[in-house]
Design a protein around this ligand. Structure first.
Ligand SMILES: [Zn+2]
Length: 162
């Protein structure tokens, strides 16, 4: 047994009624969040590095941005031209967006679309691309977080052998 490691649980065992993280918030108040296996919440656990927390923060921010772009897309959808008989525009996948844009591009070429309609389509395309970029960014971050959780640091070698 290694006695040099100070366990906070040894000094103050968690309450049997409700376990709480013994860490402190940035404001200096008791954290009180639900602890993990080591008795501390993910924000205060020594298992996680500053890099990992920063990746989580970026992921959270990214999800917020993506959600706002999706909201704009949804708000824009009713203003898109929907010629009778055509399926409603879908931004669910990159492929469905492309299909819609290809169909509408043909109408622009054939002069079957008013300039205002073409403008709405251009805005739709711009948002759909942004949405796809955000999804890609999120997927990349997820991989980065997964690698960090396995103890790997992408782009930098951490020497394990001594
Ligand atoms: Zn905590």
């Amino acid at each position: 047994m290694n006695e040099s490691k100070i366990s906070p649980r040894a000094a103050a065992p968690p309450s049997p009624t409700r376990a709480a993280c013994p860490g402190r918030t940035k404001a200096g108040r008791p954290c009180g969040a639900t602890p993990g296996a080591d008795g501390r919440c993910p924000n205060h656990s020594n298992r996680f590095t500053a890099e990992m927390r920063s990746a989580w923060g970026r992921r959270g921010a990214l999800i917020g941005v993506k959600y706002r772009v999706e909201e704009k897309l949804e708000a824009l959808a009713p203003s898109l031209p929907e010629p009778p008989g055509d399926p409603a525009p879908s931004y669910a996948t990159a492929a469905s967006v492309r299909t819609y844009l290809e169909r509408m591009s043909k109408r622009v070429v054939d002069n079957k679309l008013a300039p205002s309609q073409a403008g709405a389509i251009a805005k739709f395309a711009e948002l759909a691309i942004r949405c796809a970029e955000l999804q890609l960014e999120r997927d990349t971050l997820d991989l980065e977080i997964a690698a960090q959780e396995r103890g790997e640091t992408p782009g930098r070698r951490v020497s394990m052998a001594r």
